[in-house]
Structures are given as structure tokens and as C-alpha cells.
Design a protein. Structure first.
Length: 509
């Protein structure tokens, strides 16, 4: 029997309004890779933050090497051999890799930091664990994948024997995920015990030997990864059976594009060219997917299409007519619908009711208003909202509930209800399922495909490659503001797309 290195007994964490962890018992064995699988809000990060001394548990005990421990801070946890890489990195942008790694545990005495010694140790660690990095580069010049390496090195520098990674792959390309998994397996072989938090079933299968499934703060099951199917894991995670893959049905794509972009140049907020002569077209009845690593021009593209950002050069055509001079409002009136990546900034007004949010943009015309926009017809607005609440399966107490009281998935359904029922012929959807759980994702995907089947042209911008593959007929890879490759979904795979996402070159540190 393997040695128990870490154990929780009856951990409870009560937040003022949420019971985030409810009687959690888990065990970590020495030298294993353990996954903690659960949907958004299941309580995974909370449990890890309790282990790491960031939160104090409401009840329950933690045992390290068989002995009860109480960590009053991450410092305590680190001193006891725990390391954690958070979902959001905690590095100092303006400092170098080496400075970040040694921050808080500098070698040498007193304030005099021996940078040369530290740098040597960092390079030694980095080559030992295959975590290639330039020790003198500033954090702000590193890709997210490389920043993650710095976080891992930081934990190893502090001699972590237990490493916790919270959703480590969310920000990585497929190639980077593969590299990370190789590193993690190497760490396991050198005796480090690892907990990986994820909501992705593929990852559980690819990396772990054992998995706990967490739902609504409780452990729903424990499985040996080799003995459990993805479908079973999904069912445990969601609490009902879910359809994992949308059936790739064929739909007749029309030949005349509904939307075209030619040679678009757009600058970002710092006046740097974010789009560099981008061209694309979308035809009725197809989903065109934009794949790419975050920050390659995705948000600027969406904003330019909707008239929320100025265009320096280029043409945008809707049904062959130039729309560059039109306001956002005029574009929407032309039957262009938009599901924005940031639900709270552009999509919803949280203090407003569900009915009001569904009417936004339409509040000044029938059926929502009488007398040419002067009197809001609340009865009609609420009746319509009631129908859409049913149609789109929005879980809420009713049309009058404020949008802010809904879960993320249901907020997104409110936006879909509004945008999809405007009778659009061109639909721009940006990261439609970010942060949502499997059940909501399944529903939203089916709705997007239903729009396609009604001959709407759909442009999908997504950082989730899996989503692009599920929905798109064609994939355009966006890299540094340009479409560097066009691929037909059924003739390619995530590896190939991932390669173009990093500029078509193998990544070098
Ligand atoms: N600091 C906090 N204060 C209050 N509620 C919190 C806090 N952190 C998390 N929660 C709530 O606890 C629940 C579990 O959250 P979390 O552990 O972050 O889930 P996961 O990591 O599985 O997505 C959620 O309902 C979340 O809103
Ligand atoms: Mg989390």
C-alpha cells in the first residue's frame, strides 16, 4: 500500500451564503497524480485554498504524513512542503524570472540577495525538470505558458513535495498542455505528489491515476481513472446523463457570403495594430470558427465587427454592402446579432430584470413599447420574457428577477434568448460558454447549431479549441492579428490547429 501523504477528514467550508465544501474526505498518496474533477462552482478551488492555508476551514482536519496540521497562511503550507499554482498567476510582471522565483525565500543573508547563486539554482532546477526558461527575462515578456513554468519552478524552488495545480491547462495551447503533462509526469517520477484540478474529462483520462468527483461542495465519487469512462465521469460531475458530443450533422452551406471582411486593420487601446490586414467571409448555413491563443486580436475583431472600435483600414460587408460607417445600433438593425465574450460589460445590465434585459435594444419598439417608444409596455415585455424563459430553459424565479441573481449559465441563456430571437442572418458569438458548466455548454452549442440550420451565418470566436471543433465547419487560425491558416474541420485535428496557433513554429523558451 502506497504511503498516505495528505488526507482531509470531514472538511467543511461555509462562506456567508454558500456551503462550498461539505464533509470532504480525500487522500493523496505519495508519488501519484490525482485529479479533482468538478463543474464551475463545485468547490474545488476552495478546498485547495483550505489545504494551502489561504482559507481556514469551518470544520474538519488535515493530516500531513499522518500528523494533524493547521496552516495559518500559505507560508506555513510552503514550509510544510506544499506548493500551489493558482488559476490566476501571482507573479510580479516587472521582475525577472529569477527574481520572481526567489521572491520571499532569497538565498544569502539579510537584504543582500545573491542573485548569481539564485540564478544558478533556477537554471539547475529548470534543466532538471525540463522546464526550459530564460532566467533573466521579465515576466511581462513571457507567454502565459511560460509564466506557468515560472510558477511551477517557484514551488519546486521551495522544495514542494506536494504540488497543487488549479485548472492549469485553461490558458494553454494543445502543445503546451502536452509539454506540461510531460513535466508533471517527470515530477511524479521524482517523487512529487500532484493534485490537478480540472473540469475537463479528457485531461482526467490523460494524466491522472485516480480522480475524485466534486459536485455542489460534496464528493460524489472516487474512481481509478483506468476503470471509468468519460460518460460516467460526466454523469457524476453533472448529476444527470449528458450528451458529450454534438452530432456533426451536415447542413447545406450557401455560396454567397452574408458577411465579409477584407484587409482589416484595427489598433488596440495602446495604438498597436491588433489586426493586420485580416480577411474572412461567412456564408449562410455555416459556422466559421476563429481559433487562437487569447490576445491575438480576438476582442478587437469582435468590437470592430460590431462598430464598438474604430477601423483604420479595410472593408466589412453585410450582404455585399459596406457597413463600416454604420453605428452599432444600425448594424444590429441589419440583422446582425452579437453574443459578447464579456457578459457583464456588453451583454447584460445586472440590476435590470430578466424581462428588461431581453428587451434591451428593442425597448423602444413593439411589442415592448407602445406609441413609438414613449411608453414601455411592461406587460408585453414580461409576457415575451416568460415565453423565452421556457424556450431557452432559463432557470429563474421569473421575468422580474434581476439578471444579477442568475447563475452564469442562465445569464448567458438570457443573452442568447435576446440575440437569437431577433431573426438575425449573421451571428457573431464570442466565447459563448466561457466559465459555464457542462449542462449549459451542451444546451448553448445545440442552440448555435440550430441557428446555423436556419441558414444563419455564424462567426464563432473561441479560446476553447474543443468548442471550435464541435461547432465549426471551417477553422481560421488567428495569430498576431492575421489569419495564418484556414482549415476544414473534418480534415484537421487539434494538434495541427495548435501548431498554427503558435505561429506555425515549435515553441522555444
Ligand atoms: N471567498 C469567497 N467568498 C464567498 N464565496 C465564495 C468564495 N470563494 C468561493 N465562493 C463560492 O463557493 C463556491 C465554490 O467556489 P470554488 O471553490 O471557486 O469552485 P470551483 O473552483 O470548483 O469552480 C461557489 O459558489 C463560489 O461562489
Ligand atoms: Mg476554481
Amino acid at each position: 500500500m502506497a504511503e498516505k501523504i495528505l488526507e482531509t477528514r470531514h472538511i467543511v467550508k461555509q462562506f456567508p451564503k454558500v456551503l462550498a465544501n461539505d464533509d470532504i474526505n480525500i487522500t493523496l498518496y505519495k508519488g501519484e497524480i490525482l485529479c479533482l474533477l468538478g463543474e464551475n462552482g463545485a468547490g474545488k478551488s476552495t478546498l485547495m485554498n483550505v489545504l494551502y492555508g489561504l482559507y481556514k476551514q469551518t470544520a474538519g482536519e488535515i493530516f500531513l504524513g499522518g500528523k494533524p496540521v493547521e496552516f495559518s497562511s500559505p507560508r506555513d503550507a510552503i514550509d510544510n512542503g506544499l506548493g500551489m499554482v493558482h488559476q490566476h498567476f501571482m507573479l510580479v510582471e516587472t521582475l525577472t524570472v529569477t527574481e520572481n522565483i526567489i521572491l520571499g525565500s532569497e538565498p544569502g543573508k539579510g537584504p543582500q540577495i545573491d542573485y548569481r547563486t539564485a540564478r544558478k539554482q533556477v537554471m539547475e532546477l529548470s534543466s532538471r525538470h525540463g522546464l526550459k526558461i530564460d532566467p533573466d527575462e521579465k515576466i511581462m515578456n513571457l507567454s502565459v505558458g511560460l509564466q506557468q513554468r515560472v510558477e511551477i519552478l517557484k514551488a519546486l524552488y521551495r522544495k514542494a513535495r506536494i504540488l497543487i495545480l488549479d485548472e492549469p491547462t485553461a490558458v494553454l495551447t494543445p502543445q503546451e498542455v502536452e509539454e506540461l503533462f510531460t513535466v508533471i509526469k517527470g515530477l511524479r517520477d521524482s517523487g512529487v505528489s500532484i493534485i490537478i484540478i480540472t473540469h475537463k474529462l479528457d485531461e482526467v483520462k490523460a494524466i491522472s491515476s485516480r480522480v475524485y468527483i466534486l459536485r455542489r461542495g460534496r464528493i460524489e465519487g472516487e474512481r481509478n481513472t483506468a476503470d471509468v469512462s468519460k460518460a460516467d465521469l460526466a454523469n457524476l460531475m453533472v448529476g444527470r446523463s449528458v450528451v458529450l458530443t454534438v452530432e456533426h450533422t451536415d447542413h447545406q452551406v450557401q455560396s454567397e457570403p452574408v458577411f465579409q471582411i477584407e484587409d482589416l486593420v484595427v489598433r488596440d487601446d495602446r495604438h498597436v495594430a491588433a489586426l493586420n490586414g485580416l480577411s474572412l467571409d461567412v456564408r449562410p448555413g455555416e459556422v466559421v470558427g476563429i481559433a487562437g491563443v487569447d490576445g491575438n486580436g480576438q476582442s478587437e475583431l469582435a468590437e470592430a465587427i460590431m462598430g464598438l472600435r474604430g477601423v483604420e483600414r479595410g472593408v466589412m460587408r453585410h450582404h455585399g454592402e459596406d457597413i463600416a460607417g454604420l453605428s452599432t445600433r444600425e448594424r444590429i438593425d441589419r440583422r446582425i446579432s452579437y453574443v459578447p465574450a464579456d457578459r457583464h460589460r456588453f451583454g447584460l445590465v445586472l440590476p435590470f430584470s430578466v424581462a428588461e434585459n431581453i428587451a434591451i435594444g428593442y425597448h423602444d419598439r413593439p411589442p415592448n413599447s407602445r406609441a413609438a417608444g414613449w411608453a414601455l409596455d411592461y406587460r408585453a415585455m414580461e409576457a415575451r420574457a416568460g415565453e423565452l424563459i421556457d424556450d431557452f430553459d432559463i432557470r429563474t424565479s421569473g421575468p422580474r428577477a434581476s439578471a444579477g441573481t442568475l447563475s452564469g449559465g442562465n445569464q448567458q441563456k438570457v443573452i442568447l434568448a435576446r440575440e437569437f430571437t431577433r431573426n438575425p442572418d449573421f451571428l457573431l458569438v464570442s466565447q459563448p460558454t466561457r466559465g459555464l458548466d457542462v449542462g449549459a455548454i451542451e444546451y448553448i452549442h445545440s442552440q448555435i447549431l440550430a441557428m446555423r440550420d436556419r441558414d444563419v451565418g455564424v462567426l464563432l470566436i473561441s479560446l476553447e479549441l474543443e468548442e471550435v471543433f464541435t461547432l465549426a465547419n471551417r477553422i481560421l487560425v488567428l495569430y498576431e492579428g492575421e489569419i495564418v491558416k484556414e482549415l476544414v474541420t473534418k480534415d484537421t485535428d487539434e494538434r495541427e490547429v495548435g501548431l498554427y496557433m503558435t505561429g506555425g513554429k515549435e515553441r522555444t523558451a
